[in-house]
Design a protein around this ligand. Sequence first.
Ligand code: MN
Length: 490
Amino acid sequence: MTIEQIAEKVKKNNPKADTDLVRLAYDFASEAHAGQVRKNGEPYIQHSLHTAFVLAQMKADLNTIIAGLLHDVPEDTSHTLADVEKNFGKEIAGLVEGVTKVGKIRYRGIQRYRENLRKMFLALATDIRIIMIKFSDRLHNLRTLAALPQDKQERIAKESLEIYVPIAELLGIWELKWQMEDICFKILFPEEFKKLQYKYEVERKAENNQLIQKIKKILGEELKAAGVEHEIVGRFKHLYSIYLKMQEKNYAFDEILDVFALRVLVNHISDCYKALGIIHSVWKPKAGRFKDYIALPKPNGYRSLHTTVFGPEGKSVEFQIRTEEMNDEALYGIAAHWHYKRKFQNEDRKQPKWVEEILEIQKQIKDTKDFIKNIKLDVFQHRIFVLSPKGDAFELPEGSTPVDFAYAVHTDIGNKTVGAKVNEQIATLDQELKNGDMVEIIIEKNKKGPSNSWVSFVKSKRAKEKIKQNAKKNSIFGKFIPKFSGKEKK
Ligand code: MN
């Protein structure tokens, strides 16, 4: 991968884009990472370039692509976030900082933390572009995972499948979701993957590729004769989705792969209908299979024309007909909407409702700096997420302190707390924690119990109750010996 390939892609998406800035960022990053080598033997800068390239494919804006090039600089080189800000400004530095924060989240396969980790991911990503960068970064890490030891591969694959993929789905970034899933599938279920891959790639793809060539030729000529500019691409199902379907419904392989799809990309909505008419005049359509998701989009905003016909040799062939914009939206969801929103912001274009809401929030980010609160997800309101040194996520009320965190981890930890570090710096016990802080509690094994004065600053109910309970116990200490004190919930 070269910076030229990225600059070319950026220019194609937006001819007015200043690619000099992209080159400057590349120079800065490659100097910072100079001499560093990835586990697979490639120069480190290749990872930065691949991350930026995935972003360019998603038609991300210039600052996002630049932040993609710089995303590992503060964490992995001697250049700091302040250096990034000095050279590239506040906005880009903010994106890089967000990516670094989100990168601290670790899923170690412990189920009870899973939901919190997902929520925390979204809570830390104060800007949708942070998620785009982190996903592109993760995708390249997954692609180069083979160079890592087996246990590390599995941990990262599980983390991607349990934390990243559901968020990609939520935001409609399908293309990245599918790509991440197939790599994780290969690592976590190697036998099943191999079996399916053989059947699919070897048996089906070759056969279908011939069919695709045939259809391309016939349809291509017809469309050309009608003056419809177009591109036809074969669409293959993703192995992991086939696997899940087979598991879920107990289908045999052949039942799922009866039909394969061809995507016809055209320039205008009117061309979609022209192409449909041509397809139906060449091959007989199957009854009940035509869907007009352009006139009536799916609730998630998906638009396309779908039809299934009896193709060459009587084989079932599904067509999905759409414009490039519809295609980008279908593949990249919210990420794509953002591009087109900017591109067409002077036109009166109606967006699906959920997109409008999120786009509205995007506009406000500059003022509020808080993406999630504005999404109006109640779960995030007045809650923060902090990490243990191992990367487990704990949900706490806003304004919580290290003592609240200690009691959230375990009552014993709370009771024996004598000090705390926040982001590796010594902190006071009443210091207010912020979203994404990493908190380490220092305990003294022989400590008798909490200090009563803690009640005045803790925020969580749990911490308050535990401290009061202990105070009560201590006040009767000496008069009675409590029968038992092991009733606490662990
Ligand atoms: Mn990275």
